[in-house]
Design a protein around this ligand. Structure first.
Ligand SMILES: [Zn+2]
Length: 334
């Protein structure tokens, strides 16, 4: 059975959700349309905003990579260059299906950030894109600094990635004899190669932006999740809490109660005494859920016969952002 786009409860196609009453027709239509398009065309539609930027970056990666082998990566071992081009190109392309696969959970996470607080809020897509870009540029600068400042790093990279430049006269001059400009010139091909590989990070950032655009389009067609519909969220959590707390007591069937033919009788369900609920306080939790406080008037043992409410019980009910109860705590009686 499909899952309600509002509360995640299973629902019957064509029927409103039994739990939250939401109409899932827009959601059904969206899935039907995506299925009719087929995986390839659906992916192409996902790529439409920003002119398919991640694939454009993959194309640039391939073109720049082929050019880079000639210049500016002169001196870098050819198999290193080919490996870098292949991995960067494939990495850029793969960011698209990776984000597409997560498109629905990305939308949920983004919408949840509107009601989350503190650390639970996490980072938005815009911030993640910015961080990826800044970290990427930082890594290029760090690589360049290491290659210029540290002879050990340079020797290691030279051994791993550079063609053997030893001439008949001897090896390349030692570090002390090189000026700052010479060191930069020497490190330039490797720094360019490092910078080139980070194109994958930019492709990933742009794929996240596509995911954000997809979420926006979907949100125009379907009702918002229940954590953004506070009145509905409160209504359902109250109903579920009353049901949980006033659940009928199921009596166990003992051997003596078995029917003469050996069949077990259906367990007896004894309704609890009716209770009066007064919902007192409501607050949102850091994770986007809800916490409700209820004063429940239950008949005391002594008052059962005289229709007299004698006991107040305070319940604190917590539910997750999808209105599923996670905790019912009995605070105290008065
Ligand atoms: Zn629902």
């Amino acid at each position: 059975m499909p899952e309600c786009i509002v509360c995640k409860e299973n629902y019957e196609v064509g029927q409103p959700c039994k739990r939250c009453g939401s109409d899932n027709n827009g959601w059904e239509e969206w899935k039907r349309e995506e299925k009719a398009l087929g995986p390839k065309r659906a992916l192409l539609r996902f790529l439409e905003p920003y002119f398919g930027l991640p694939l454009m970056i993959a194309g640039w990666a391939l073109a720049f990579g082929l050019m880079g082998i000639i210049w500016p990566w002169g001196g870098v071992k050819i198999y290193v260059c080919i490996l870098a081009v292949a991995l960067t190109f494939v990495g850029c392309v793969l960011t698209v299906p990776a984000v597409y696969e997560k498109r629905f959970s990305l939308r949920e996470q983004e919408l949840l950030r509107r009601v989350k607080r503190g650390r639970a809020k996490g980072l938005g897509v815009g911030t993640r894109v910015l961080i990826v870009s800044v970290v990427t540029l930082g890594l290029i600068i760090l690589l360049m600094l290491l290659l210029v400042q540290s002879e050990a790093v340079w020797k290691l990279m030279e051994w791993l990635m550079l063609e053997d430049t030893t001439t008949v006269e001897g090896s390349s001059p030692p570090q002390e004899e090189l000026g700052f400009k010479d060191k930069i010139r020497r490190a330039f091909p490797l720094a360019c190669l490092g910078g080139y590989i980070t194109l994958v990070a930019f492709a990933y950032s742009s794929s996240l932006m596509l995911g954000q655009a997809y979420a926006k389009r979907l949100s125009e067609e379907v009702p918002p999740p229940i954590f953004l519909q506070e009145r509905l969220l409160v209504k359902i959590v109250r109903r579920e809490a009353e049901r949980v707390v006033c659940r009928p007591i199921t009596q166990k069937v003992t051997d003596d109660e078995k029917a003469p033919n050996g069949d077990e009788k259906a367990p007896d369900e004894t309704e609890q005494e009716p209770r009066s609920w007064t919902w007192d306080e409501m607050e949102r939790t850091d994770d986007g859920g809800i916490r409700l406080k209820a004063i429940v008037k239950a008949p005391s043992e002594a008052g059962k016969s005289s229709i007299e409410w004698a006991e107040d019980i305070i319940y604190v009910v917590e539910a997750d952002p999808w209105s599923r109860i996670t905790k019912v705590g009995r605070v105290k009686g008065t």
